[in-house]
Design a protein around this ligand. Structure first.
Ligand SMILES: C[S@@+](CC[C@H](N)C(=O)[O-])C[C@H]1O[C@@H](n2cnc3c(N)ncnc32)[C@H](O)[C@@H]1O
Length: 150
């Protein structure tokens, strides 16, 4: 992203990915992280960066969370939440929530061990590009969707 905009991170965990996103974010960009686990949420909340908004809650509440923080849409959504192990209904709701909130030219990137995320999101977003990150242990698949609606 080379201009101010909103990146949403679903499941920031201990904040390793959060810090990497902040390193790449322009000075006028914003990063909204949504973490379910209260302990991990507190770790992310402690990252000292005025561009970061740490929210504790579930990714499937994304439309309400965006609205609560005054945003209409996300320019990019990055997700590490485990679509393959969460209840199927929650995964399906989360996929629909991401599609509802992604800007017309937005991107959704999910790093996952399983392809369940593609099964859940493709009905909303189409076929993803899939790459494998071999430098991660265990190797991770990276699923990317890019909207081109302008
Ligand atoms: C694989 S970890 C992310 C690791 C992270 N990238 C890091 O650098 O530490 C997945 C995270 O997703 C969170 N999570 C799982 N389901 C979630 C949901 N429905 N909404 C928000 N967070 C969720 C978990 O609590 C966990 O912290």
């Amino acid at each position: 992203m080379d201009r101010g905009g909103l990146v949403v991170e679903l499941g920031p965990g201990a904040g390793g990915t959060t810090r990497a996103i902040l390193d790449a974010l322009p000075p006028d960009g914003r990063l909204l992280s949504i973490e379910l686990n209260p302990h991990l949420h507190r770790l992310v909340e402690a990252i000292p960066d005025r561009r970061l908004i740490a929210h504790r809650g579930s990714a499937c509440e994304l439309p309400a969370v965006l609205a609560a923080h005054g945003f209409a849409a996300a320019d990019a959504v990055v997700s590490g939440i485990p679509f393959s192990t969460m209840p199927r209904a929650v995964g399906a709701r989360t996929a629909a929530a991401i599609a509802e909130c992604l800007a017309a030219d937005g991107r959704f990137v999910a790093y996952q061990a399983s392809a369940r995320v593609a099964e859940l999101c493709s009905p909303h977003l189409g076929t993803p590009r899939v790459d494998t990150e071999l430098l991660n242990f265990p190797p991770m698949r990276v699923f990317r969707w890019e909207r081109t609606g302008g």
